[in-house]
Design a protein around this ligand. Structure first.
Ligand code: PLP
Length: 399
């Protein structure tokens, strides 16, 4: 008989039990230290136990944990003011997760068209390989069969086209289209970058057809690419943006940002969340921004990213039988593997380093943004040993 455990069987967990973390390091219950270049899948933006975040959380914990959104919450006002000051947005709605930020983004876009007298415009164009979360709407938006199977009819109103295919986007626009939704860098999809030109063309199409451009920056936002948000590299701004992961640095926090015009349909009573904007989350979110917005921080991300990327490129050159290509931007990088990605991940883990699998046989490297140049070099050394190990196995197999 198979053992029945009290947890849902939805996750395929590695047999690792971490007890503590500090900076880029995680320590298991039995005292092994791992270099954490997974960062909770781009969540621990400031690493583990960052003193400024710990202090902010402790201080807030001694004041108020929770308040309903029936009352004014100063931490929300402060965080929203800072987010709007540093982005295209005028308005913010706080959530607890990425999927909820996307739900709010989707609702905002549909409600905008509705409020302009175009209720038939509720379709959203999304891209193959996308990942937007696991709620019923966001699995429909992501469009991946493996996440949709068995959950009843796919939520209507999502049309999917190949990533980067502008003609397909144009062909998909109808009188029922409300918005285009894109991750500027697909994370789960395999670290696939939307080109600057593609992002600009989407902006143009949205303007031409009265559509809203929604960026999903849940994974690529909050400094991960060396700018506060990844879309900034293309010089365009979206109308709506979903943010989560890095903004909470490990505390559950998400946000939907929008221009005043895009958010104009979201009047009182149209949306809500019990916990969204909770004072504890706001204290941590504000503390994360203290660090990320400080002078020189994004420059640090760009500098370390350059060192790391150059090292990865050299690895790909020296181990062409293991690594085919380096993808991504900033500290959101992917190794497209020649060997099965699962084997590469296993070899990396054997070197006591954490990374994350993704689509297209890619291994994602998402180090905390506070990673130092030396820690990046340590990561490269461990990756090199993993690649060397796999090369030796390949050589033995072909001998
Ligand atoms: N959007 C993107 C781009 C993501 O990477 C994720 C999570 O991996 C989500 C949305 C969903 O976020 P959450 O798991 O917090 O609901």
């Amino acid at each position: 008989m198979t053992e029945v455990t009290p947890l849902y069987d939805t996750y395929m967990r590695a047999p690792l039990r971490f007890e503590r973390g500090e900076g880029v390091w995680l320590t298991t219950e039995d005292g092994n230290r791992y270099l954490d270049f997974a960062a909770g899948v781009a969540v621990n933006s400031l690493g583990h136990a960052h003193p400024h975040l710990v202090a902010a959380l402790k201080e807030q914990a001694e004041k108020i944990w929770h308040l309903s959104n029936l009352y004014e919450i100063p931490g929300q006002e402060k965080l929203a003011t800072r987010l709007t000051a540093h982005t295209f947005a005028d308005k913010v709605f706080f959530t607890n997760s990425g999927a909820e930020a996307l739900e709010c983004a989707i609702k905002t876009a549909r409600r905008y068209q509705f409020s302009k007298g175009r209720p038939e415009r509720f379709h959203i164009i999304t891209f193959e390989g996308a990942f937007h979360g696991r709620t019923l709407a966001t699995i429909a938006a992501g469009g991946q069969a493996k996440y949709l199977e068995g959950f009843g009819p796919k939520a209507p109103g999502f049309v999917q086209v190949p990533f980067g295919d502008l003609t397909a986007v144009k062909d998909a626009i109808t009188d029922e289209t409300a918005a285009i939704l894109i991750e500027p860098i697909q994370g789960e999809g395999g670290i696939r970058l939307a080109s600057k030109e593609f992002m600009q063309a989407l902006r143009q199409l949205c303007d031409e057809f009265g559509l809203l451009l929604i960026c999903d920056e849940v994974q690529c936002g909050i400094g991960r690419t060396g700018k506060l948000f990844a879309h900034e590299w293309s010089g365009i701004t979206p109308d709506i943006m979903a943010v989560a992961k890095g903004i909470g640095g490990g505390f559950p926090l998400g946000a939907c940002l929008a221009t005043a015009e895009a958010a104009s349909g979201m009047v009182a009573g149209t949306h809500g969340s019990t916990y969204g904007g909770n004072p504890l989350a706001m204290a941590v979110g504000n503390a994360v921004l203290d660090v990320v917005l400080a002078d020189g921080f994004l420059e640090h991300v760009r500098d370390v990213a350059l060192i790391f990327r150059q090292g990865l490129a050299s690895l790909a050159d020296r181990y062409p039988d293991v690594i085919e290509e380096i993808r991504g931007d900033g500290l959101m990088l992917g190794l497209k593997a020649v060997v099965p990605a699962a084997d590469l991940l296993k070899a990396i883990r054997a070197e006591k380093m954490l990374a994350v699998p993704a689509g297209e046989n890619v291994i994602r490297l998402l180090p905390p943004l506070v990673t130092s140049a030396d820690e990046a070099r340590e990561g490269l050394a461990r990756l090199e040993r993993a690649a060397e190990h796999l090369t030796r196995i390949e050589q033995r197999a072909s001998a």
